[in-house]
Design a protein around this ligand. Structure first.
Ligand code: ATP
Ligand code: MG
Length: 478
């Protein structure tokens, strides 16, 4: 099975039909300089010449090059002495040494000092051109990678958020821009697109970062409970209020309150939230004293809030209060170029979490991921990679370890492909292993629960886990 070369997020450099690049030749022999100039210029390179080290360094200080061809036996300063000085000027610049016969020791030393390669006089033109091409291509790919990382780092400090698509880069810009302010932010996006992750990034990049980030799923609670959770209550405010309790608005004081799934909040609660948004004041349920807080609000929704307003399910005034700044998170299927770097990110994360050596995806597994529609967005991708890592027994995760609905393959197909020459006994073991891992995942790796649901004694499950070499993972991510 063909494998994908890492890093997944660096596009393979395209081989240009005409060679491009700036090459500096440093050699004291005019004949050598001339023949190299002809050879390289005909190939398409820009070529500069220097007859000694000093001249070479001067040129290097003024211009950027893609490669240096450096004579080892220069008069005055030898090539070997020059090499470290070149490396100081341009540390990543590939240098190919030109040597005469019988200077093997010097060559070894030069390679140790950072030379890329060497060519012996008289050289074979084709081989020299091939060496130059590959050195330049490698150098460019490396530089591109460094630059990508540098620009990401400079612009944002969101270490766990991955994305290189134009839309996500714009999201990162917006987040970086709004984070320092106190403005209310509304994050919209389908389920699993990273709304909570972005909300946390906004908080972490704000001056409030040392104060609490308090998430609350406003859609999951009945109105009364939600209100007492948000605003707190005094003793006796309602029958079960046996003591007074602080609300999350107070808990989040100085920090950020993340109101998740805001669209499903009841109309009454919406009115109360609106009031806090207007003047940052509220009262405990059953209380008479106004409490002032300094809380930044970030809200999230996976439905179209404008539509909810039109349908009369969401207050228009609250919508405008929340919608000061909107961050739209696009679905994963509309930014497929983010899939390879996300895959790499989750591979690294889950291999590390499971104490496994690095894993990579087979080319057909990656293709399947690129072709799939991702209704569950990044969360679904993350789960697929986690599963693949846990199920894998070698360095490469094949498409047979991806869920069947992603690859379009049945469970049986996947098993038979994974074990083309295995005995029935081995295949049955593989099934047992997968089913046990799946159950453990669903039980959050609680073995007692899993054994109970399988209706087998815990000791039997333990024996199977040992026999099948199943790594017991720590519980969930958070
Ligand atoms: N750009 C990204 N880079 C890295 N991880 C991401 C990215 N986007 C999402 N994730 C991961 O995907 C999972 C889902 O993200 P999150 O919980 O933020 O989504 P959500 O939009 O809040 O989903 P829901 O609507 O279902 O609540 C998380 O584990 C998160 O870390
Ligand atoms: Mg969420």
């Amino acid at each position: 099975m063909p494998e994908v070369d890492l890093p997944l997020n660096a596009p393979a450099p395209a081989a240009p039909s005409i060679a491009t690049g700036n090459i500096l030749v440093i050699d004291d022999e005019a004949g050598i300089r001339d023949s190299l100039e002809v050879l390289l210029t005909l190939e398409g390179y820009q070529v500069k010449m220097a007859a000694d080290g000093e001249q070479g360094l001067r040129i290097l200080e003024l211009e950027n090059f893609d490669l240096v061809l450096l004579d080892l036996a220069l008069p005055g300063q030898s090539g070997l002495e020059l090499l470290p000085q070149i490396k100081v000027l341009q540390p990543e610049l590939p240098v190919i040494m030109i040597t005469a016969y019988g200077t093997v020791d010097n060559v070894v030393e030069a390679i140790r000092a950072g030379a890329e390669n060497f060519v012996q006089k008289p050289w074979d033109n084709e081989k020299l051109l091939a060496d130059i091409r590959s050195a330049i291509a490698r150098h460019r790919a490396e530089e591109e990678n460094v630059q990508l990382k540098r620009s990401m780092k400079q612009r944002y400090s969101f270490p766990n958020i991955v994305g290189k698509s134009e839309v996500m880069l714009r999201v990162f810009d917006l987040v970086a821009q709004v984070a320092p302010s106190r403005s209310t932010v509304l994050i919209q996006g389908e389920s699993g697109t990273g709304k909570e992750l972005i909300a946390k990034a906004i908080h972490a990049n704000s001056p409030r970062r040392d104060k609490p980030f308090v998430p609350i799923n406003t859609g999951a609670m009945p109105s009364e409970l939600l209100e007492s959770t948000l605003f707190g209550h005094v003793k006796g405010a309602f029958t079960s209020a046996v003591s007074s309790k602080k609300g999350l608005f107070e808990v989040a004081n100085g920090g950020t309150l993340f109101l998740d799934e805001i669209a499903t909040m009841g109309m009454d609660t919406q009115a109360k939230i609106l009031r806090v948004l207007q003047d940052r004041k509220f009262m405990h349920l059953g209380g008479i004293q106004e409490i002032q807080v300094d809380v930044r609000i970030i809200a999230a929704t996976n439905v179209d809030l404008r539509q909810a307003v039109r349908d009369g399910r969401f207050r228009e005034d609250l919508f405008y209060r929340l919608n000061v700044i909107t961050v739209d998170l696009p679905p994963l299927r509309s930014r497929r170029e983010d899939i390879p770097p996300l895959v790499q990110h989750f591979l690294d994360f889950y291999c590390n979490e499971n104490g496994l050596p690095a894993r990579k995806l087979s080319a057909d597994a990656l293709r399947a991921l690129l072709d799939y529609d991702w209704p569950g967005n990044v969360r679904e991708l993350e789960n697929s990679i986690e599963r693949g890592v846990v199920l894998s027994s070698g360095p490469t995760i094949g498409s047979d370890l991806l869920p069947g609905h992603i690859t379009g393959r049945s469970f049986q197909d996947a098993l038979l492909e994974h074990n083309p020459n295995a005995s029935l006994f081995d295949i049955l073991e593989d099934i047992e292993r997968r089913i046990i891992i799946e159950k453990l995942e669903r039980c959050n790796w609680n073995q007692t629960d899993a054994a109970e649901q399988f209706r087998i004694p815990l000791s039997t499950l333990n024996q199977k886990i040992k026999r099948l070499n199943i790594e017991i993972r720590k519980r969930g991510r958070e």
